[in-house]
Structures are given as structure tokens and as C-alpha cells.
Write a protein that binds this ligand. Structure first.
Ligand SMILES: [Zn+2]
Length: 97
């Protein structure tokens, strides 16, 4: 997806502007990345240049999990929703200090 499209995207649930983390890019195109809503904490992956922004019921946690794992991220299983487990990550950071 073109980087300039980011400005037009917002969370489908609450219309918040999304934060972006880019993992793979090519010129002005984001090939792999993550859009994160600061309001509801949902994440939306960008896979093969396509942002996955479907409502929860049309998404498959099981399909997205291996992709997130490859990026070193985890889904928060307790919330059973499309929310990342950032706490687990920061715990790892602390152990590394
Ligand atoms: Zn949201």
C-alpha cells in the first residue's frame, strides 16, 4: 500500500487515526507492517501490501498468528480479540536489561 494512503485510513470501529509500524517497505510502498488503533488497541496487519481491516468476525486469529509470530509479536489471548500482547513484550525487554 502507498504510504500516503495511511492518512486516509482510520479504525473501522471508532474512526481513530491509526499508528503504523513498518516492517518491510519498498520505495513508497509498505509491504509488511502493522496499523494500530490507539483508541481500541486493535491491530490491523499489512500483508503483501494489503491492509487487513475487516471487522473482527471476518478475521481469522489462527491465520494471522503465524504472521505476527514472524514479526516477533503475540496476540493477547486473554482478550480473545485482535489486540497485541505488548505487556509480554515489555517483560522480555526488562529481562534483557
Ligand atoms: Zn479503534
Amino acid at each position: 500500500m502507498q504510504k500516503k494512503l495511511l492518512e486516509k485510513l482510520c479504525c473501522p470501529f471508532d474512526k481513530s487515526e491509526l499508528n503504523v509500524r513498518i516492517f518491510t517497505e519498498e520505495e513508497d510502498n509498505i509491504l509488511e507492517g502493522l496499523l494500530i488503533c490507539p483508541t481500541c488497541d486493535r491491530y490491523y496487519p499489512i500483508i503483501y501490501g494489503i491492509p487487513i481491516m475487516s471487522p473482527d468476525e471476518y478475521r481469522e486469529l489462527k491465520l494471522e498468528e503465524p504472521i505476527l509470530e514472524r514479526w516477533g509479536l503475540m496476540i493477547d489471548q486473554r482478550k480473545n480479540s485482535f489486540i497485541l500482547d505488548e505487556r509480554g513484550q515489555s517483560k522480555t525487554d526488562q529481562l534483557g536489561q
